[in-house]
Ligand binder design. Structure first.
Ligand code: KIV
Length: 294
């Protein structure tokens, strides 16, 4: 007779590390990457084997209903990163550095990246920007913290870019992106996220990089792909970018369930007997007598 329990039988997933990601790039195996902002979503992503999870500052829009990522604070990132880490012990969890948590000075950048590591137990941090951020990347890396760079459409500087537009669409802009990717790698980045750039430009960067290159709206040639999980699930998105593929329509599912609940509460169909706690008949009899005597 087997002494295995169901849990023991389940294949145990190995913790994803920088080495896992480098190995996948070397073997040409695609890296899977999603955002998560809470415990249950992170737990499902870990369970299905997603390699990387980003606690993205996109939580500003997805969770808090802001119009952009700019109002997101370090405290918000810390709280959500703690929840995600707890839900996803095996995925490589990255805490996104919010606006003004690293732009002001190298010291603040290291201190804030350190908060995400120390208070939340994330595996690394992500920050936006190229050459101008090389000193931050160097200093954070020196503190023993893996850094993911972010190039192309960088939402924290959307105003400087003239809006949420694809980047790297002419030879000068593409060459600049390639140069920035090289600078980030040289500064110590363990990976780079490319957002909203032509597939062929992302391919040139991916082929030349020694670190994993992840893409969102950067075509199929990157070492891996990321999407904002709310976009993928069709959960509460307003405008959805061209590069999003929606794999479910959670809005529809949730709306249907909530409407049914509302109708059943109003009609008295919920709660039914199976949702109610029972009291023994003799106890009820005694209770009625006791109440009756008062
Ligand atoms: O914050 C975020 O969700 C991002 C996406 C581009 C993945 O940075």
């Amino acid at each position: 007779m087997s002494t295995w329990t169901t849990t023991e039988k389940k294949p145990v997933r190995k913790k994803v590390t920088i080495h896992t990601l480098m190995e996948k790039k070397a073997k040409g195996e695609k890296i899977t990457f999603l955002t998560a902002y809470d415990y249950p979503t992170a737990a499902i992503e870990d369970e299905v084997g997603i390699d990387l999870i980003l606690v993205g500052d996109s939580l500003g829009m997805c969770v808090y209903g802001f119009d952009s990522t700019l109002p997101v604070t370090m405290d918000m990132m810390v709280n959500h990163s703690k929840a995600v880490r707890k839900g996803a012990p095996n995925s490589f969890v990255i805490g996104d550095m919010p606006y003004l948590s690293y732009q002001i000075s190298v010291e603040q950048a290291v201190a804030n990246a350190g908060r995400l590591m120390q208070e939340c137990g994330v595996d690394g941090v992500k920050l936006e920007g190229g050459l101008e951020m090389a000193d931050r990347v160097q200093a954070i890396t020196k503190a023993g913290i893996p850094v993911m760079g972010h190039l192309g459409l960088t939402p924290q500087s959307a105003s400087m870019l003239g809006g949420f537009k694809a980047q790297g669409k002419n030879v000068d802009a593409a060459l600049k992106l390639m140069e920035e990717a090289k600078a980030l790698e040289e500064a110590g980045c363990v990976s780079i996220l490319l957002e909203a750039i032509p597939a062929e430009v992302a391919q040139l960067i991916t082929e030349r990089a020694n670190i994993p290159i992840l893409g969102i709206g950067a075509g199929p040639y990157c070492d891996g792909q990321v999407l904002v999980v709310h976009d993928l699930l069709g959960f509460f998105g307003g405008h959805v970018a061209k590069f999003v593929k929606q794999y479910a329509n959670m809005n529809e599912i949730i709306e249907k369930a909530l409407t049914e609940y509302k109708e059943e509460v109003e009609s008295g169909a919920f709660p039914a007997p199976e949702h109610c706690y029972k009291i023994k008949e003799e106890e009820l009899e005694k209770l009625r007598k006791a109440v009756g005597n008062k």
